[in-house]
Design a protein around this ligand. Structure first.
Ligand code: COA
Length: 384
């Protein structure tokens, strides 16, 4: 076996680790689709709640079902007092992903999933209340405000932006966030979804599976890339600085965050969609400059490394142009991906097999135990 093959198998690249009817992840000829619907069409014609319904409840809702679903989500935005107390106690300096991971786990104690027949109820509850959790903690520590999370907004995008800014969101911001939530909602056996499925495969509860997923999404090679991409972009004062700066970064063998993908080889179909929205949001010289720098990075990475921006790269600019704080970028990913994780937990449970692969052993050969007293003697002799 060549070392290249070994390396790929170590990361499970190209390994079929299970069957799924949820998402095609850009497989040749199929493009990226959720339950057979192309991502381009979903992003152009649907609201995020329709897509969440499609993922969790397995079909696109009709108008009546969508209205009822939105009302249901609206009714589940409030937080138990115990959870609010804990959110207030968590440090203001905590990363919001740590806050979400903790809060999700805590909710599993307060509103436990007693049996699997409650799974879609738990999924909808998490979808409805994760933005409330995030922004209750954020506003309490940023503004000292105990916000009322029971907004009357029809959409999760609007609920999120209203809680964040305490104002009625702009239409363009709503459209952009809606598209972004759709693009982030699902992506087959990515690391966090796989973590959720592994946890679910032990027949553990829904909250445990989602908590595993949040912890996995947090890393910069996965969801954390959108925050790292913003840091990269903001590190350049103008597009002229890009080529010299990135040349050094690449020479140091450092990764450029927001570029490349394990599955895609020439482009990420979600990138063009979010780039379109980011471009619409340019409204002053600063945002124009950020966008120019971003396009220069894109061109440089393609020319030098044949690498293309993934969803995280232009999402960072879109969120920045909407004045969303950088630390909330990855948590926003959670607000959306809850729908995909839920779909996968449900699918895993529908036809469960414990996920437990094997490893190639690379440790020492079989050894005999030396009694502890003799080990100490040996060590003393070695020291002398
Ligand atoms: N910047 C620079 N080089 C990159 C790169 C990036 N973003 N992504 C991949 N490469 C290079 C690697 O250095 C490696 O080069 P080498 O063969 O000369 O060592 C080669 O491409 C393969 O990279 P590898 O990390 O092994 O591929 P992967 O399939 O495991 O990686 C990612 C996929 C997403 C982890 C990787 O592209 C990455 O780290 N991207 C940045 C983080 C990111 O944006 N994550 C969000 C993904 S949606």
């Amino acid at each position: 076996m060549s070392s290249a093959t070994n390396k790929q198998q170590m990361g499970l690249a190209d390994v079929i680790a299970g069957a799924s009817g949820i998402c095609t992840v850009g497989k040749t000829g199929k493009g990226l689709s959720y339950r057979g619907y192309a991502i381009e069409e979903l992003a152009a014609h649907c609201c995020f709640e329709e897509v969440a319904f499609l993922l969790i409840h397995k079909k696109l809702p009709n108008q009546q079902e969508l209205t009822a679903y939105r009302e249901k989500l609206k009714s589940q935005r409030s937080l138990p007092q115990t959870l609010k107390n804990i959110l207030e106690t968590l440090p203001a300096t905590a990363h919001p992903m740590d806050v979400l991971r903790t809060a999700c786990s805590l909710l599993g104690c307060l509103e436990p999933e007693i049996n699997f027949s409650q799974q879609t109820e738990v999924a909808d509850r998490l979808l409805a209340c994760i933005p409330s959790i995030l922004l209750y903690w954020h506003r309490y520590h940023k503004d000292g405000q105990r916000i009322n999370t029971n907004t009357n907004d029809d959409s999760i995008a609007s609920h999120f932006l209203r809680l964040l800014n305490n104002t009625t969101p702009k239409t363009l911001h709503l459209k952009t966030l809606n598209a972004s939530l759709i693009l982030y909602a699902e992506h087959e056996f990515n690391a966090s979804t796989f973590a959720a499925r592994v946890t679910a495969s032990t027949l553990s509860d829904f909250y445990s599976a989602i908590t595993s997923a949040i912890g996995t999404l947090r890393g910069p090679l996965h969801g954390g890339a959108n925050e790292a991409a913003m840091a990269l972009i903001q590190g350049f004062r103008s597009s002229k600085d890009v080529a010299p700066g990135l040349t050094i970064t690449l020479a140091n063998k450092e990764k450029i965050m927001g570029f490349g993908h394990r599955v895609y080889s020439t482009s990420d179909p979600r990138s063009a969609i979010i780039k379109h929205w980011a471009k619409q949001l340019i409204h002053n010289p600063e945002t124009k400059c950020i966008f120019e720098i971003s396009e220069t990075i894109e061109a440089f990475m393609w020319k030098e490394k044949n690498l293309f921006p993934n969803l995280d790269f232009y999402s960072a600019s879109a969120y920045h142009f909407m004045n969303i704080p950088v630390s909330l970028y990855t948590p926003l990913f959670v607000c959306s991906r809850i729908a995909g994780w839920a779909a996968h937990i449900i699918e895993q449970r529908d036809n469960n097999t414990l996920i437990r692969p094997t490893a190639k052993y690379t440790g020492p050969k079989q050894q005999n135990i030396i009694p502890i007293m003799q080990r100490n003697v040996q060590r003393n002799v070695q020291r002398k």
